[in-house]
Each structure stands twice: as C-alpha cells, then as structure tokens.
Ligand binder design. Structure first.
Ligand SMILES: Cc1cc2nc3c(=O)[nH]c(=O)nc-3n(C[C@H](O)[C@H](O)[C@H](O)COP(=O)(O)OP(=O)(O)OC[C@H]3O[C@@H](n4cnc5c(N)ncnc54)[C@H](O)[C@@H]3O)c2cc1C
Length: 370
C-alpha cells in the first residue's frame, strides 16, 4: 500500500515520521525545490497536550527540548500610547508547558528524522485520478492513500469538499529586524526575549524574538479583503512601504513606529482566511486531509499544534490498521473533526478579543482573570 502525502509542512512531516517509526513507508511530495527554498516564518509555542504530544509519539521529544526556547514565553502587553499593561517573565525553572520554538528548527528536526528519499522536492501536486497523482512538472506517481497536508490553499481539499477558506477581515504585514542585538540594542531590550504586543483600535503591532537574533514584526489591520490592493502600500518598494505603514500608525508612541523603521526589506503581506468551524466531509477510502488543509483557523496559536497532532494520530491509526486503511481514516477523521472544531472555536474567540475595539484591556482580562 502506497501512502502519498502532499506537503512537507509540520503536519505532513509528523505523519511521515510516525509512520516511519512504526515501520510504514510514505512518500511526501513538496512543491518547494529544497528545504531552504522559502523562509518558514517565526516562532510557535508548542502545547504539552497537542504539539508536544505529537513529538512524543514521533520519538522526538528530547530533541525538541534541546531546541525549544522556554524564555520565548515572555510576554509584554502594551497600549498604543506606550502604557505597559502586563509583563510576564519566564522563570528559569518554569515547566515546559508552552515553550517557543523557531519554526525552521522544528521543521528541520522532522526532516532530519526521515530517510533522505522520504521527501520528493519540487513536486507541486495538481490533481489525482484513479490512484494516480499528477504534478506540475508533468510527472506522475501512484498511490493507495492520498493525504492532503498542503496547507491553507490545499488543492487536495477539492477531492473531499467544495468548501473554500473565506477572509476573516484581518490583513497582516510581516516585517523583521535582523541581528537586533547588534543593530538596535535599545529596541532589542524593549521587545525582550519573547512576545511583545501592542493592541490598538482596529489594528495592532506585535513583535517576537526569534532564536537567530531576528525580531519579527506583525502589523495587523482589521480591513476588507481587497485592502492590500486598495491601501496603496507600495510593497514593491520596501522603504516607501515602511514609510506608508508608519503613517498608518500615526498617534502611536514613537517607540513602536521605530520598530517599523528599523526593519529590513523583507515585507510580506498576508490575508488571513479561515475554513468554517466544524467543517466535515463524508469519509472516502483513498483520501483524507490534515492540518490547515482540513481546518484552517485564525493564527492565534493552535494551527501548528493541531497539524502536528493530526499527523501523529493519523500515523498511529494507520499503524493500528495496516490492512484496513479506510477504517483507519474513519477513526482518525472522527477524532480530528471533534478536536479541531473545539480548537477552532477557541481560536475564533481569541481572534474576537484581538479584533475588539478595547483589545488591550480585554487581553489583559484574559491573562489576569478576576
Ligand atoms: C502569521 C502566522 C502566524 C502563526 N502563528 C502560529 C502559532 O504561533 N502557533 C500555531 O500553532 N500556529 C500558528 N500559525 C498557524 C500555522 O502556521 C499553521 O496552522 C501550520 O503551519 C499548518 O501546518 P500544515 O502542515 O497544515 O501546513 P503548512 O505548514 O502550510 O505546510 C503545507 C506544505 O504544503 C506545501 N504545498 C502546498 N501546496 C502544495 C502542492 N500543491 N503540492 C505540493 N506541496 C504543496 C507547502 O509548500 C508547505 O510546505 C500561524 C500562521 C500564520 C499565517
């Protein structure tokens, strides 16, 4: 039985690894040309009951602890006028409940745990028909079970449902300051070791310290789907785009706009979309989905954790039913639908807080309930 996984993101790789430790081969097809072809984004906090559980099933928890950054859990919450509402510093002996990890390190951990031939790079899936996969480079391959782990814009998803992601009313611009300790020590001290959030009315600025000395900055705007085109931000001219973004933060404490001014020329606009909460589909024997392909949710800390656990649990279900993959898929989907629907509801509530007019006070109440 040939298991084909589309997508070498965290979910697809967790599946391949759990299958591998259970003696089952799978082939992962990834559209990127090589592991370093594209930046992998910032930090993730891996929760003990989900993302860390997946790594335990994958036999990688000790290696994860070696790359995890507990101090990345530090949090500073501020208002646009500069008022510090909350500062949480992680004690040295804090339990590893939700340690942060750089996404690139986590992906490399998973990739290094697989045999070289397990991932086929430069294979962009286009369609599947009658047990055959077709790729954009004209090649094809056979499969018995096809797993779509191909993220938010999944092409595999269309084999199971017509549902498509919809815009959430949030648009994010990602920028970053490289080597911040050397280039801007004052801003490095301001941001600290972990997450730094400034929540305003209809927009926010968050900064996060990464292990390689880069601070990633996310500017979030609660605006319509066509806003990037309509806003006139000249993304092709990073210096001019930074100036325009600074203008959009007029009235905010100058220390916050100084963060934008210090960024380099990497500037990534992202429209935030989600799938409907509780999306399901009638189980089909030869195909299933995991991760964002199955349950894209707002980016508030659950998506990667769910993708990892999906991969691990699907791997375990297939290992438990090696002669009956359809039964394994049904068992996996039943649990995945219930678990991820609850996580999507939580994420939607967190997203509501972040987008509320008095977001900073609401967030403070969330972290410091009566
Ligand atoms: C700004 C931002 C911040 C986030 N922060 C967090 C966080 O702090 N914590 C958290 O838990 N989650 C976070 N998330 C969500 C998290 O990134 C995703 O939920 C997670 O990456 C999903 O993993 P995945 O394996 O399903 O998909 P992905 O990581 O998207 O991987 C999909 C893979 O499939 C490949 N692919 C796509 N199409 C094809 C194709 N046609 N053929 C072959 N390969 C293909 C892609 O190249 C990619 O490698 C954040 C998301 C965003 C946008």
């Amino acid at each position: 039985m040939t298991i084909a996984v589309i997508g070498a993101g965290l979910g697809g790789l967790a599946l391949a690894r759990v299958l591998y430790v259970n003696g089952i081969d799978a082939v992962v097809y990834e559209r990127e040309s090589a592991r370093g072809a594209r930046g992998q984004g910032g930090m993730l906090d891996l929760h003990s009951g989900t993302g860390q559980r997946a790594l335990r099933e994958a036999g990688l928890i000790d290696k994860f602890h070696a790359i995890a950054r507990p101090e990345g859990q530090d949090l500073r919450l501020l208002e646009p006028d500069g008022t510090l509402l909350l500062q949480q510093d992680t004690p040295d002996d804090a339990p590893l409940e939700r340690p942060e990890v750089d996404r690139v390190d986590l992906r490399n951990l998973l990739l290094d745990s697989l045999p070289e031939h397990a991932v086929r790079w430069g294979r962009a899936f286009t369609s599947a028909d009658d047990g055959v996969l077709y790729f954009a480079d004209g090649s094809s391959a056979t499969y018995d079970l096809l797993v779509g782990a191909d993220g938010a814009d999944s092409r595999v998803r269309a084999l199971l449902t017509d549902t498509r992601p919809v815009h959430t009313g949030q648009n994010v611009v990602e920028l970053g300051i490289p080597d911040i300790d050397r280039t801007h020590p004052d801003l490095a001290a301001m941001v600290g070791r972990g997450n730094y959030w400034v929540l305003g009315n209809g927009q926010s600025l968050s900064a996060q310290r990464n292990g390689d000395g880069r601070v990633r900055i996310y500017l979030s705007f609660h605006t319509a789907e066509d806003w990037f085109a309509a806003s006139g931000i000249p993304f092709g001219d990073p210096a001019a785009a930074r100036m325009r973004l600074i203008e959009l933060f007029a009235g905010w404490d100058p220390r916050f706009t100084a963060l934008i001014a210090a960024c380099d020329d990497t500037i990534l606009p992202r429209s935030i979309t989600t799938l409907p909460i509780g999306l399901t589909w009638p189980s089909r024997p030869g195909v299933t989905l995991l991760g964002d392909a199955a349950h894209l949710m707002p980016p508030v800390g659950q998506g990667a954790n769910m993708a990892l656990l999906d991969g691990a649990l699907l791997g375990l279900a297939l290992a438990a039913h090696p002669d009956d993959f359809p039964a394994a898929v049904r068992e996996y989907e039943r649990e995945m639908f219930a678990r991820t629907s609850a996580a999507a509801q939580q994420s939607a509530r967190a997203q509501e807080i972040l987008m509320a007019p008095d977001a900073s006070r609401k967030m403070l109440a969330f972290f410091q309930p009566d």
